[in-house]
Design a protein around this ligand. Structure first.
Ligand code: ZN
Length: 309
């Protein structure tokens, strides 16, 4: 039972009174295909980050783009593994008693329950390590080609119709997700989802393919460093020229992101301690997720019943 390694940041029974038990999971999200991260349907979402000597414009992966995708994945995983769970992504129709609803939260719904459940999974907007001009491509439909013989149909074909900006494969987003007052089984559920979910951003079967590298699991009495702090520190460790590079080496970046997180924990003296063996925990989750989910199903249901009565 390597989940015992999580004891310091988890609860045995779900509680309705907030305590300060945190599990922070450090992930590097790496795009393996083009992806679309846009709010207005066309332009990639951009921010500005000040570095020591300079500033740059990262592409943003908003919280919702991460949590929405993970929730959808977690719900379908649950549907496969648990026999009697019927739940949906429709905010007004959620069952409010399955492991997913209880962990990720749900608003008062049209079910008989008169409760709303606060999410205990905290996401944070994630930032790319490189500047948008290196990783964002503007796409046009019907763009005029080189051929003389290409057919055109008026002005539209000459100028092209702009498609949403594409963020290129190889783009990386350091990302910390924190679970508060979660049971070890809920952490297992989250880890399994993170290992298996491979699509983020606007949904299309050919876009948004993502590899989530889990770099560390930390437990303790407070939250770990923010995505912004980890991103800035990683760039500092890699060198500020990183933001302008055409490509980045995944292995090197993974090492630096981990180093950045650990250094921030130390500098800020955070109560946030790394588990002894990450691989042991992940292997345990891979092998036993179905059992963990079954045991969590009971705990989640009992919790909702105790809140209602
Ligand atoms: Zn549910």
């Amino acid at each position: 039972m390597s989940l015992e390694q999580l004891d310091n940041g988890t609860v045995e029974e779900l509680t309705n009174k907030p305590e300060n038990n945190y599990v922070s999971i450090l992930v590097l999200r790496e795009l393996e295909s083009n992806a679309v991260f846009t709010t207005n349907g066309q332009d990639a979402d951009l921010g500005t980050i000040g570095l020591n000597d300079d500033e740059y414009s990262p592409v943003l992966m908003f919280m919702r783009k991460q949590s929405g995708s993970d929730r959808r994945f977690a719900k379908s995983m649950q549907r496969e593994m648990l026999d009697d769970v019927e739940c949906t992504m429709d905010v007004n129709e959620m069952c409010q008693e399955c492991p997913e609803c209880v962990m990720y939260g749900s608003a008062a719904s049209s079910s008989d329950r008169n409760i709303s459940i606060t999410s205990r999974v905290m996401y944070d907007t994630a930032y790319t390590l490189r500047d948008a001009k290196k990783i964002v491509e503007e796409k046009f439909q019907n763009a005029p080609g080189d051929n003389y013989s290409q057919e055109t149909s008026g002005e539209e074909a000459m100028t092209g119709i702009r498609e949403p900006d594409f963020v290129q494969p190889g783009t990386m987003f350091p990302s910390v997700i924190t679970l508060k007052d979660a049971t070890p089984e809920e952490v297992a559920f989250f880890l399994s989802t993170t290992m298996k979910n491979k699509r983020y951003g606007a949904t299309s079967s050919r876009q948004g393919r993502t590899k989530n590298h889990i770099l560390g699991i930390y437990t303790g009495g407070e939250e770990g460093p923010s995505n912004l702090a980890v991103t800035k520190k990683t760039i500092e460790l890699l060198g500020e020229e990183t933001v302008e590079q055409d490509t980045l080496d995944s292995e090197t970046v993974q090492e630096r992101v981990k180093q950045a997180f650990d250094q921030l924990v130390e500098d800020d003296r955070l109560d946030c301690e790394e588990v002894d063996s990450l691989e042991e925990v992940l292997d345990d989750v891979r092998e036993n997720i179905e059992d963990y989910l079954e045991s969590q199903e009971e705990k989640s249901r009992e919790f909702v019943e105790s809140v209602e009565s």
